[in-house]
Design a protein around this ligand. Sequence first.
Ligand code: PLP
Length: 455
Amino acid sequence: MASVKLDHSLGSSITLVDFDNGSAKDMVVDSDSIVNNSNTKSYKLPYEPAHEFIFNSLKKRIESINEDTCAPGEENSFFVCDLGELEKLYKNWKLELPNVQPFYAVKCNPNEKILQTLDQLGINFDCASKSEIDKVLSMNVDPERIIYANPCKASSFIRYAQTKNVLKSTFDNVEELHKIKKFHPNSELFIRIATDDSTAQCRLSTKYGCELSDVENLLQAVKDLDLNLVGVAFHVGSGASDFTSLYQAVKDSRYVFDKCIEMGLPELKILDIGGGFQFESFHESSKVVRVALEEYFPGDKVKFMAEPGRYFVSTALTLASNVIAKRTISNNEAMLYINDGVYGNMNCILFDHQEPIPRILYHNNEFHYYDFESSTNMLKKNDVSKYPQKVSIWGPTCDGLDCITKEYYLKHDLEVGDWFYFPNLGAYTSTAATPFNGFQQHSDTLYINSLKDAL
Ligand SMILES: Cc1ncc(COP(=O)(O)O)c(C=O)c1O
C-alpha cells in the first residue's frame, strides 16, 4: 500500500512513503514543479482576513442598535460576509489546482449572494437535493454545470433531474442503477468509491461509497443496463487532515478506470476528487493531489473536478452575537447567555464538530475587535492575570445542550448588551439553523467586498 506523509520540515517538498512489500522507501518529490512544469508558486493569502472592512461593518451595525429602545430581535446575531474573500480563495484554487474544476457543494452554505458570486467566478455546483438544484437553476446556470452528487436519491428527485436535464450524478449501489435506468437513463454517471476518512472532522464513507471489492459487480450492472458511466468520484471526509487518504483514493480511482477497460466498458473521462479541503491546509492537500494525479493520471486525457464546500466559505463569514443575559457566579466567574447557539448558526458544534472562537467585540462602550487575544480556552499559568474572567457561554433556547463553550477565559467582565464575534463561521452554520423554541432561523447577512471596497 502506498501512502503520502507530509513532512513539514521539507518546505515545498513532500515525502511519498511507499509501503509496498512492507518496506518504506522514501521519495522526495518537489511537487511544485509537477503541474504542467509551470513554476506554480504558493499563493500566500493574507492569513488574516480583511479586518478593516469586517470591523467597519460590524461596528456600523452595532452602533445603529439602541438596546433600550430597539424592536424585539433588532439585536439578533448577524453575519458579515466578505465576497472578496471568495474571489481570493478562487484565485488561490486556480494557482494550486489549475486543472481541477470546482463544483461548489451548495449544502455547505446556500446563501444566494455567495452562490451568485461563485457562479460569476466560473465555479460549478454540487447539489444534493431537488431544492438545491432549483436554487442553482434559478440563477440561469446551465444544467451541465451541476452534479447531483448524492448516491442515494428519491426516485421522484431522479425524475425531476431528468426533466431539468441535470445529467451528472453519482451512485454506489445496484439498486440506484435500476432507478436511474428507469427514470433517467441518459444520466452521466460517476461511481462513488469509499475512502479511509477515519481522521476527518466529519466522516462520510461510513454512509456512502462502494468498496473496491464491489466495483466489478457494479461495473457489470452498468454494462448489463447499458448505462453511461463517465467517471469516478470520492470524498475523503469533511475537514480531512490526513492527506494519505487523498493519495490512496486517487490510486483506487485508477483501479476503477483500468477495470472499465478490462471489462470492455467505454474509457472513463472524468475524475471527481470530492471535497474535504480546508483553507489552512490547502497548500499541503493540493500538493498531494497534484502528486497523485501526475502519478496515476498523467497526460491530459482525463478531466478533473472537485466538490469543495468548506474551503470556499469558512473564512468568508464572521458572526456577531449579543450577550442577552448573565448569571454571576463569583467575582471572576459567570455564565453568559447570547442570542445564537447550537439550535441556530452554531449547530456546527453538534453537526460539524467545530469549536467556534468567541472574541470580545464590544464592551464598556468600546470596540475590541482588533484584540485577537481577548479570549482563550487554554489558560496558561502566567495568563491568569491577563484573563481574569472565567465564563461558560450558552445559547438562547431552554435546552441545557445549547452550550457554546463550558469554559473560556476573557480579558473583560462582559455585561448584558455587550457583543462577541466569532470568526470563520461560514461553513455548515446558517445552512442547518433551526427555529427551535421560536428563536430566529435566518440571520441578517451584511455584505462587504474587501477587493472592491479596498479600491
Ligand atoms: C458529496 C459531497 N460533496 C462535497 C461535500 C463538501 O465537503 P467539504 O465541505 O468538506 O468540502 C460534501 C460534504 O458533506 C459531500 O457530502
